[in-house]
Design a protein around this ligand. Structure first.
Ligand SMILES: Nc1nc2c(c(=O)[nH]1)N[C@H]1C(S)=C(S)[C@@H](COP(=O)(O)O)O[C@H]1N2
Ligand SMILES: [Mo]
Length: 454
């Protein structure tokens, strides 16, 4: 039975590569990226010498040219027909897997003076599901990525408590845990779009957003361990990185949703995401989710740290600054087709994207193909969860004429993602953080896709 299935698939494969129509469809994801991107990838792959392997063993010349493995992959010989030779043995990778050598999506670094106080973007257009692979989770570091030995790392919970306590990682791993899917979005995500359509592709415009499954211990459990004083109303989180990042978080939110996380997508949190411990404050701006968490101080007032006074405030049209606004408002973006892609020809496509909301659940997503004049509902491709993201899709027939594609997220509260004009009317145009306006991608008659403001 199984043999038959394999044989059949093998046959289909042969037919496929022979058919003209299919050969146009198959490499379409590549064809949809402009050459800029592709040539850069090819360059990356051809920089080192390859181990001598007879060229006829390779299925295609493009693969034969592959000379170095992309990050996160190992280069193996690729036989022409994998049914005619034994595959490699298990555990050749040492017992921790790698991705395929044919997968090349990587985080993109921001153009900053150094790489320690900087950020990297998630390649959103390459995502295959709702969860971001840990190795592609966006990064925001203010003092580099610290190397922390979990055996020497502690969490101190103190301040307005009955009894201050120190927890080792082993102590925390023993406590009852929960697992939840939440997105993290830097409130600076899409900040370049306030004035002009600046970002060339969706990785740069929206890539400070990632979703993981987080595992850890609710803050409420720690609160019960230490006992909170009556006037307690704020909690300071502090990181053990060179930036010693600190933020004050309202106690109510911490007691309802605050998570002291050690797990990310089924394994210990990656060093870039805060190993061995990070604070997850679901739906709130990424900056509050202190990584490399080492201290929680309970207080009756906010601490007025650098990150909540000099940063993470917003200049309003009346010249006053807005402070302590935390939730990431409902937002969405079309990831296919999106900036710098190239549609090979008119025809049927599936518009795809991601929607999220920090206040509630994504209720629906609408799509416009004419720059916001008409809207139709998209399909939600997975189950919406509170303070998390969903994928959406929508069939589209492109007739070859210029089109402007937009998506708008509708939250279960009824809140609708605003247009740029609506957002700017509300906040003015001197704001920096929390840009959640509708994104527009223009498809030109030649199939090229670019970022526009309408
Ligand atoms: N200790 C510490 N925590 C931190 C930061 C940091 O630099 N140091 N950056 C913050 C910011 S601005 C964001 S957006 C998120 C980024 O989380 P990520 O790197 O896991 O995506 O972490 C937050 N927590
Ligand atoms: Mo951030």
């Amino acid at each position: 039975m199984q043999e038959r299935a394999v044989a059949q698939r093998h046959d289909n494969g042969k037919q496929k590569s022979a058919s003209v129509e299919d050969s146009e469809i198959c490499p379409c994801q590549d064809g949809m990226h402009l050459d800029v991107d592709l040539s850069r990838r090819r360059m990356l792959m051809s920089t080192a010498a390859i181990a001598a392997v007879p060229a006829q063993l390779f299925a295609s010349s493009a693969i034969a040219e592959t000379k170095t493995a992309p990050p996160g992959a190992v280069l193996y010989d690729v036989p022409d027909d994998p049914t005619k030779v034994m595959g490699r043995a298990l555990l050749e990778d040492g017992g921790y897997g790698t991705r395929s050598q044919f997968e090349t999506a990587v985080r993109a670094r921001a153009d900053n003076p150094n790489d320690m106080t900087s950020w990297s973007y998630t390649p959103l257009a390459d995502m295959k599901g709702n969860l971001t692979p840990s190795g592609l989770h966006y990064e925001r570091h203010h003092g580099g990525i610290p190397a922390i030995d979990p055996a020497k790392h502690f969490l101190y919970v103190h301040g307005m408590v009955d009894e201050a306590k120190k927890f080792s990682i082993a102590d925390i791993l023993r406590l009852p845990s929960i697992t939840r899917r939440y997105f993290i979005e830097c409130s600076g995500n899409t900040y370049d779009e306030w004035a002009k359509p600046k970002g060339k592709n969706v990785q740069v415009t929206h890539g400070l957003l990632s979703t993981s499954e987080w595992t850890g211990v609710p803050f409420a459990t720690f609160a019960r361990h230490v006992g909170l004083k009556d006037d307690a109303s704020w909690v300071l989180g502090e990181g053990a990185d060179a930036a010693v990042m600190t933020r004050s978080i309202p106690l109510d939110k911490m007691l309802t949703d605050g998570l002291i996380a050690y797990g990310q997508n089924g394994e210990m949190i990656r060093p870039e995401q805060g190993y061995p411990l990070r604070l997850v404050v679901p739906g709130y701006e990424g900056n509050m989710m202190i990584k490399w968490l080492r201290r929680l101080q309970v207080s009756d007032r906010p601490f007025m740290t650098r990150e909540e006074t000099g940063r993470y405030t917003g200049l309003m049209p009346n010249g006053r600054a807005r402070q302590f606004y935390y939730s990431m408002d409902a937002k969405s973006v079309i990831t296919f087709p999106s900036g710098e892609m190239l549609l090979p020809k008119p025809g049927h496509y599936e518009i795809r994207g991601i929607a999220w909301s920090g206040r509630g659940r994504v209720q629906a997503v609408d799509i416009s193909m004419d720059g916001g004049k008409n809207w139709i509902p998209a399909r939600i491709d997975d189950t919406p969860e509170a303070m998390s993201s969903v994928r959406f899709s929508c069939p589209w027939f492109w007739d070859g004429k210029p089109a402007i594609l937009q998506s708008r997220c509708i939250e279960d509260s009824g809140y609708v993602q605003p247009t740029r004009t609506e957002l700017i009317r509300l906040r003015g145009d001197h704001f920096f953080y929390h840009y959640n306006a509708i994104q527009s991608w223009a498809v030109a008659a030649d199939g090229s896709v670019s970022n526009v403001h309408v």
